[in-house]
Design a protein around this ligand. Structure first.
Ligand code: AMP
Ligand code: MG
Length: 408
């Protein structure tokens, strides 16, 4: 945190973003335990073990090309084809001097053949013999056993998130199942008398409940299992009942709206009555100032502001890291980018600016703000790849400045 941010936080009495994120991290209990999953069911999950290769990958020397397995030597040789090695079907014998073995990509290179000549380098094939049109170096077109991974080597470390490539590496290393962190159970409670279901006709004053859909999608990308999703009106008793049920069902509770100081905001009082201890309320952050966070018996409750952008941004900044930590995931690596446009700073709050990311010709990550950044401008989330953190200050932060980046 820079001097300016510290002074501002002190003046306003609000936590800075970094302090608030640290408070969440400190409240996350140990990972929730793990389960054994078939590799095919483990996409997006977090590994709860190191994956070690049971054998060399590839398991044997094999051909990188369709062609002929031969002994290394000069061009112009005419070789008699004596056998064939196909993928999954090794040849019965290797080539002696003056011989070749027909071979397919991926087939074991037969003993004695130190190289493979691709079909394209055979000038003639007639009467069971081939003529090589160029010199053949030892090891040419042979993929060596263990060239990818050696037996006993750690292929994937605990805490890795399993994407398609990681799953492939695990299966190639001999694994059928993987020990994965249990998915955190998440309950979503959306508050507001004005909300109606997606697609429903709008009576005067009503809006569509977009937060439920956005938060559900964000939760899925963070590895959560949604065990409850409720909408309650702005009613104290109904809010308390819904939050009480959600706390029973879930490891982590995400609430949308009702955390400000209005007459019809009941979330904080309901959580207090349910014994959820407040860790912070309000952060020197834009958007997302009213965000609330509390804990009960190792369960985490996030009161997100109802404004759609604030809700999404606060989920990404606070709830996502908690969900990831509950799965033992490796923390997000620090990243930075160059701002493509001036950004007007807030005097007393750090801003989480939605940005689209590109790479310039020199390889530098460039962050372009996604248009107007008001907390009600849902379209600022469209095409957003990340959040650029703009510290508080006077006047604009100039295009070309380097900013820290977090995941959206
Ligand atoms: P609140 O935090 O409850 O004061 O709500 C702040 C703003 O966000 C108001 O304009 C609400 O109408 C809007 N809002 C609250 N909840 C949602 C929701 N689920 N979907 C879309 N907008 C919402
Ligand atoms: Mg409300």
């Amino acid at each position: 945190m820079g001097r300016f941010a510290r002074e501002n936080a002190a003046v306003s009495g609000l936590l800075t973003l970094a302090q608030a994120r640290a408070a969440v991290a400190a409240a996350v209990p140990a990972p929730l335990g793990d389960e054994e999953l078939a590799a095919g069911d483990a996409l997006g999950r977090v590994l709860a073990e190191d994956v070690t290769a049971g054998a060399d990958v590839p398991p044997f020397d094999n051909s990188a090309m369709d062609g002929f397995a031969v002994r290394p030597g000069p061009a112009g040789r005419a070789l008699r084809v004596v056998d064939e090695a196909r993928a999954g079907r090794p040849a019965a014998r290797g080539p002696a001097e003056g011989e070749a073995v027909r071979i397919s990509t991926g087939a074991p290179v037969p003993a004695g053949a130190g190289a493979v000549v691709p079909l394209e380098h055979v000038s003639e094939e007639r009467d069971g013999a081939v003529v090589l049109d160029r010199d053949v170096a030892a090891g040419a077109n042979v993929r060596r056993a263990g060239e990818d991974v050696r037996a006993g080597q750690v292929v994937l470390a605990r805490g890795t998130t399993l994407g398609p490539g990681e799953l492939g590496a695990a299966v190639a290393a001999g694994r059928a199942t993987l020990r994965c962190a249990r998915r955190p159970r998440l309950a979503i409670v959306v508050t507001g008398d004005e909300l109606v279901a997606p697609g429903a006709p709008l009576a005067p004053g009503q809006i569509h409940n977009s937060n439920a859909t956005v938060l559900t999608a964000l939760a899925a990308t963070a590895g959560a299992e949604i065990v409850a999703a409720r909408h309650v009106g702005d009613d104290r008793a109904a809010t308390e009942a819904a939050l009480g049920g959600a706390l029973q069902a879930a490891d982590l509770l995400v609430i949308s709206g009702g955390v400000s100081v209005g007459r019809h905001d009941h979330v904080k009082a309901a959580l207090d009555a349910l014994g959820v201890q407040e860790r912070f309320w309000r952060v020197a952050l834009k958007p997302g100032k009213p965000v609330w966070f509390g804990v009960r018996d190792g369960k985490l409750a996030f009161g997100l502001p109802g404004n759609p952008v604030s809700a999404a941004v606060c989920f990404s900044l606070f709830a996502r890291p908690a969900l990831r930590a509950l799965q033992g995931a490796q923390p997000e690596a620090p990243r930075s980018a160059r701002l493509a446009a001036d950004v007007q700073r807030s005097r007393d709050r750090e801003q989480a600016v939605r940005v689209a990311l590109t790479t310039d010709p020199s390889g530098v990550l460039v962050a372009t703000p996604t248009g107007p950044q008001g907390s009600h401008i849902l379209s600022s989330l469209v095409g957003a790849d990340g959040l650029a953190l703009v510290p508080p200050g006077d006047g604009p932060l100039a295009a070309g400045s380097t900013v820290a980046l977090l995941r959206m």
